[in-house]
Write a protein that binds this ligand. Structure first.
Ligand SMILES: [Zn+2]
Length: 174
């Protein structure tokens, strides 16, 4: 497999348009392992399925109904949006919960939290453990299915960002 340095992992990339209110990641995309085009995944649930399986099963365009490698890419990996690469293999969010990914205003980092069916935000495994203990309806929910590991910010897609880590010879003559 071609693993280009600095590019998002083959599949599993979530992203946001810059300027999305509150920085919530609102678009999900995966890259085809054959033609390398990016495909939009329209629901969080479908995206999470792919992300969970992608380590064993390479994602290809044909996975999506009525799509093939011959179709044009729906989006490009560039700085018209900020991309964050979610870790492949992250478990699907347990039923009833929602996993939210939020990019901080200054693009410095990404926060992950879960929302309970009642709309409460859970920011740590401890909080979730307490919640599950207190709610018998969720006694079968497994704590190991929650992952707070933050997706990686693809810095080269941040245009005009404050962070500069691209090692390029300096143009300035001092
Ligand atoms: Zn393809």
């Amino acid at each position: 497999m071609d693993d280009e340095q600095g590019r998002p992992n083959q599949s599993t990339t979530t992203k946001t348009r810059s300027g999305t209110p509150k920085g919530l990641i609102d678009t999900f995309a995966v890259q085809c392992g054959k033609c390398f085009k990016w495909r939009k995944i329209h629901t969080r649930e479908a995206f999470e399925e792919i992300r969970m399986r992608v380590k064993e099963e390479e994602f290809v365009c044909q996975t999506i109904e009525d799509v093939s490698c011959l179709d044009d890419a729906e989006l490009e990996y560039d700085s018209t949006r900020i991309w964050v690469g979610d870790k492949p293999g992250v478990a699907k969010t347990p039923t009833g919960f929602e996993r939210k990914i939020v990019l901080r205003k200054d693009n410095s980092r990404v926060d992950v939290y879960y929302v309970t069916p009642a709309g409460k935000r859970m920011r740590t495994l401890n909080e979730l453990a307490v919640f599950i203990d207190a709610n018998p309806d969720f006694k079968d929910t497994r704590l190991e299915d929650f992952t707070f590991t933050a997706p990686k910010i693809m810095e080269e897609t941040i245009s005009g960002g404050k962070r500069k880590r691209i090692s390029r010879p300096s143009k300035e003559h001092e």
